[in-house]
Design a protein around this ligand. Structure first.
Ligand code: ATP
Length: 458
């Protein structure tokens, strides 16, 4: 059946950040975009500060530049802000269903009204203001010292001078700052976040996407911690190159479990919590860790990607016996769903509650499996969707992830215990998904299109 594209309603979502400097707007914007892209939407951050630094020489970006009576600077800043807003609108128009995140202070009623006027001109855009308020001087001080003074604005300035200048910048903003007001702004959709999420106020939430974004913001935290991700030890099935299966550890897998326990003990990680899948190899690996850690939780959501009716075959078996399925997967490994099994896309949906928990938990070690580890790492490291099934996550290796201001530092700790390597890099000359005839691919139970269709309500 032909689809009449003229009848399709393309819905878009705009997130407008609001807040004084050093209130975590960029932090939250980047994190939100990473999350939305990971769950399958198309999201992008448009940061006015970065554009300002490109347009205007950094030498004049000192606090004076942000004074309310510096008319030349105000003109430059307004021009920059509007140009970035236009870029976001253009991107949203060109991208179909999309989520644009406008990262700027947007600190006055007049500025927010202007933004609304521009956004209303775009058909069917769903607008959510997100304001971060923080009056804890220690938090602000830390944000300034750990993050803000690293900005290119302060390239050739001493640390002390930079801190003072940034504080002065905040003072200038405070003079004209008008927070979102429950009465004045009663007709717009907004979320107010107080002191790192100790309190929230949500107003006029109109769509599933808006509630999902609010839910995400209610789960994230800035808690300093370390996340360790490892595959369970090598299994007998791994050694035979089998797809899926719920096998026992090989001798080398048992050795890895012991070494992992020693690693935890040696590094005095007794407060760490461990999350294991319910699969035999992970449970066996975690059994060895139990005496050295705080708790071990078993989470079914961490089970390996379900290979459906192909469980127990090798890739070579699949290639010879089911060549069409093999080709479909080779061409689109992320979206391809094994017959009666799962795709990477399905796995991401299954792992979403794990991500929410991961955002809140303190130090944690996740003992899981190749595809699950790939999806978790993709979220934490902001890897593009098409690369997720090709992330190299070898056996007997721990990925140590330390969150910092706008991302995560990753260290790979390889244990010197041999293991089979079934890694297959991305095939060269892949036919891109978009140039495929989708209707041919979208077969019941074996393929699902990830991208939200244009009629999906954002
Ligand atoms: P500017 O307007 O100058 O660009 P900003 O509001 O974008 O400032 P960020 O650059 O995002 O500020 O500040 C990053 C710091 O904010 C990080 O150290 C992070 O821990 C912290 N942070 C994250 N969320 C919040 C929050 N809700 N309130 C205060 N600080 C936060």
């Amino acid at each position: 059946m032909e689809i009449d594209k003229t009848k399709e309603v393309v819905l878009r979502c705009a997130i407008i950040m609001v807040g004084l400097p050093a209130r975590g707007k960029t932090y939250m914007s980047k994190k939100l975009a990473r999350y939305l892209n990971w769950i399958g939407y198309r999201a992008k951050v448009f940061n006015v500060g970065e554009a300002r630094r490109q347009e205007i020489p950094t030498s004049i970006n000192n606090a004076d530049f942000f004074r309310a009576d510096n008319s030349d600077a105000i003109e430059m800043r307004n021009k920059c802000a509007m140009s970035v807003l236009q870029q976001m609108l253009q991107w949203m128009k060109d991208s179909g269903p999309s989520i644009g995140i406008y990262d700027a202070t947007n600190s006055t009623k007049a500025r927010r009204r202007l933004i609304l006027e521009h956004l209303m001109a775009v058909h069917n855009v769903n607008i959510l203001f997100v304001e971060s308020l923080c009056d804890d001087p220690d938090v602000i001080e830390t944000n300034i010292k750990d993050v803000k003074i690293m900005s290119p604005d302060y390239e050739n300035v001493s640390r002390e001078q930079a801190v003072e200048d940034f504080k002065q910048r905040i003072k200038y903003y405070e003079r004209s700052y008008e927070p979102l007001d429950i009465d004045y702004d009663k007709n717009i959709s907004f979320l107010k976040i107080f002191n790192l999420g100790s309190k929230f106020i949500a107003n006029k939430i109109k769509s599933h996407m808006q509630s999902r974004i609010i839910y995400y913001f209610m789960n994230i935290s800035v808690l300093p911690r370390v996340i360790y991700i490892t595959r369970a030890g090598e299994t007998n099935g791994n050694m035979m190159g089998l797809v899926g299966g719920d096998d026992d550890l090989s001798d080398r897998g048992i050795q890895y479990a012991r070494s992992l326990a020693e690693f935890i003990d040696r590094n005095n990680m007794k407060d760490i919590v461990v999350w294991s899948s319910l699969m035999r190899s992970a449970l066996k690996t975690c059994d060895t860790l139990k005496p050295f850690v705080a708790t071990v939780s078993r989470l079914k959501a961490l089970n390996e990607l379900d290979n459906g009716s192909f469980e127990g075959l090798t890739q070579e078996d699949i290639r010879c016996r089911f060549p069409e399925e093999y080709t479909l997967r080779e061409n689109d490994k992320y979206y391809y769903r094994y017959p009666s099994g799962e795709s990477y896309q399905d796995l991401v949906v299954r792992l979403e509650p794990i991500i929410m928990e991961l955002e809140k938990v303190s130090n944690v070690m996740v003992v899981c499996h190749q595809a699950v580890a790939r999806c978790l790492l993709a979220y934490l490291l902001d890897e593009p969707r098409e690369d997720v099934p090709y992330l190299d996550v070898p056996l007997h290796t721990v990925f140590k992830l330390t969150p910092h201001a706008y991302g995560c530092k990753v260290d790979r700790i390889s244990f010197n215990i041999p293991a089979v390597n079934n890694y297959r890099p991305k095939p060269k000359g892949l036919v891109s998904v978009t140039s495929f005839d989708e209707s041919r691919l979208r077969r019941k139970m074996s393929y699902s299109s990830l991208t939200p269709t244009s009629t999906t309500k954002l």
